[in-house]
Design a protein around this ligand. Structure first.
Ligand SMILES: C[S@@+](CC[C@H](N)C(=O)[O-])C[C@H]1O[C@@H](n2cnc3c(N)ncnc32)[C@H](O)[C@@H]1O
Length: 295
């Protein structure tokens, strides 16, 4: 059944009137700084055109598009993240399908992908493992930037894997996605790069989180039980047991409160060279990378 929007409707259907009407509808729960960017994304989405294109053609929004905008405004009002409402987001210049079964890809994770790419040579042909692939964003962006590589994304969540596979198909990028619980199973191959953005938020942080994150994004993607290093310990152990090839690259996204603990964990392990902590564009210690020792 098609969901129908509810009035009040705008007094006209030109760009300015529709934009002001849309902003008025979302203003009750959305902070002011987000009004114009959200209106822009939504008007572009329903019209299939950019603002510039609409201005040049003196575009008029048809009734069906006003209807869609009214439905979108209702969803935004209840706090549903815009990426889930529209079913899409962008990651490293790739348009990705996104739905509630997977974490919404974050800008800081794009920074991790850029860092990994800067560590690889131009004609990189190696094997890459993305642990906790979610929407498949890291795996797909790495494959896109390194077309000769073999990339595998693993996740324990069937819902996430469905979304990742859909993205692989939509983007025509040959990434393999498969189900594996990294805490109890072992990948049966060795890789040149192991990357992971595992769940890293503590239950104790739940209260201070925005509702649109904790109430809409999958808890299995966000929260780790009482040990904040649980996934990192397991991944480092697996790397030392042969999942990472000698001289291979480990790249991890972390809770900003624990990046230095992750680096210490790696430095204590016998098979890695010194870990590097990377600060993201927000000024938070967010990523840790390290090379395994050459045998
Ligand atoms: C923080 S999300 C990262 C998603 C995606 N890589 C990204 O950067 O947007 C963590 C992912 O780890 C997955 N995950 C949680 N527990 C797992 C486990 N035991 N084994 C494998 N994946 C797991 C979740 O389903 C989720 O997709």
């Amino acid at each position: 059944m098609i969901q129908r929007g509810k009035g009040p409707w705008p007094s006209g259907n030109d760009e300015l009137t529709v934009k002001q009407w849309f902003i008025q509808r979302i203003s009750e729960t959305i902070e002011e700084a987000e009004h114009i960017p959200l209106a822009k994304i939504c008007l572009d989405h329903v019209s299939g055109q950019t603002r510039g294109e609409r201005i040049v053609s003196d575009y008029r929004f048809p009734e069906s598009e006003l209807d869609q905008l009214a439905v979108i405004a209702e969803e935004i009002l209840v706090g549903r993240p815009i990426q889930y409402v529209l079913g899409k987001t962008w990651f490293c210049d790739l348009e990705m399908y996104i739905a509630e079964g997977a974490l919404i890809p974050r800008p800081e994770t794009e920074e991790l992908v850029h860092k990994i790419c800067s560590e690889l040579n131009d004609e990189f042909r190696g094997e890459v493992l993305d642990v906790g692939t979610g929407s498949g964003c890291i795996a797909l962006a790495l494959k896109n930037a390194n077309p000769m590589s073999d990339v595998i994304g693993i996740d324990v969540s069937d819902d996430a894997l469905k979304i990742a596979k859909q993205n692989g198909q939509n983007l025509g990028l040959g990434v393999e996605f498969s189900k594996l619980d990294i805490l109890s199973e072992t990948p049966n191959s060795s890789f040149d790069v192991v990357v992971s953005n595992p769940p890293y938020i503590l239950e104790s942080e739940r209260e201070s989180m925005k509702s649109r994150v904790k109430d809409f994004e999958p808890n299995i993607a966000l929260f780790v039980n009482c040990d904040p290093l649980l996934f990192y310990k397991r991944i480092v152990d697996l790397c030392c047991d042969g999942v990472l090839k000698s001289g291979g690259l480990l790249a991890l996204e972390c809770n900003r409160a624990f990046a230095s603990d992750v680096a210490i964990l790696i430095d204590k392990s016998p098979c890695f060279n010194k870990a590097e902590i990377i600060t993201d564009l927000q000024g938070n210690e967010r990523h840790v990378i390290a090379r395994s020792k050459v045998n």
